[in-house]
Write a protein that binds this ligand. Structure first.
Ligand code: ADP
Length: 243
């Protein structure tokens, strides 16, 4: 179980996360929606400790840490619990697909190169890139690059994979190949927290939807309740705007 309590984050005097609570159980697929600027990316980055939150706690099973005074050892241990899939893939352009996936295993997990290559191959097979091990990012389509990004996160075997608008940089015809890999991972029981504007995907794949606005959770629940029977006016307005 991953639990975030009362997470807060400001940039100068701009409060971006205003005391949110989130709980993710093993196998959950949680979709986070909300207007641009509502703090979704910042929330994921704080959970992954790419960004340091000002306050609140994070608990993984029996380990609890305060965001604002976290020992280096705790930071390192907690970082291993989450994988991150970036909007713009964040691949090394001078490394092959296989090397991009293997690097984190060698440096972050202290695996031998041979072991890392084996796990990286399996992860690339899983996202349908068994023919592309030795291709560089520039030789891959955007959809394929993002699938490498997903394989890289998956290979680390984290508790939860955080997806930050994984299809927003893709041409429309490439979006479905990425969504279908994500759907497959979800069906296999991968725990996922996903920021997306793909509402039909969210409705189909999520088991929990959180709507946030201005750094706060406005409403959350089952996808059918949020999308078909939203209780809050702000949720209704948001859904009307994007549909
Ligand atoms: P969302 O993902 O919902 O669009 P973000 O988390 O990206 O929202 O941003 C929330 C707010 O925080 C925005 O107003 C944004 O400008 C601000 N923000 C995000 N990152 C930074 C930063 N590094 N420095 C200053 N302001 C930031």
């Amino acid at each position: 179980m991953l639990e975030i309590k009362n997470i807060q984050k400001s940039f100068k005097d701009h409060m971006v996360l205003d005391g949110l609570d989130i709980k993710i159980e093993k196998g959950d697929v949680v979709v986070l929606i909300g207007p641009s600027g509502s703090g979704k990316t910042t929330l994921l980055r704080c959970i992954n400790l790419l960004e340091r939150a000002d306050g609140g706690t994070i608990t993984f099973n029996d380990m609890t840490a305060d965001f604002n005074h976290m020992a280096k050892k705790e930071t390192a241990a907690l970082r291993k619990k989450t994988g991150f899939v970036f909007q713009n893939y964040n691949l090394f352009n001078n490394k092959t697909a296989l090397e991009n996936v293997a690097l984190g295993l060698i440096h972050g997990r202290k695996m031998s190169a041979a072991e890392a290559r084996e796990i990286a191959k399996n992860a690339l097979d899983k996202v349908g890139l068994q023919e592309k091990y030795d291709f560089y990012p520039s030789q891959l389509s955007g959809g394929q690059q993002q699938r490498v990004g997903i394989a890289r996160a998956f290979a680390l075997n984290p508790y939860v994979i955080l997806f930050d608008e994984p299809t927003s940089a893709l041409d429309p015809e490439l979006i479905s190949e990425v969504l279908s890999i994500m759907k497959q991972l979800a069906q296999e029981g991968t725990t996922m927290l996903i920021v997306t504007h793909e509402m039909s995907f969210a409705q189909e794949v999520a088991n929990h939807v959180i709507f946030m606005d201005q750094g706060k959770i406005v409403e959350q629940g089952k996808p059918e309740d949020i999308f078909l029977r939203p209780k809050e006016e702000r949720t209704r307005q948001f859904l009307r705007r994007i549909n």
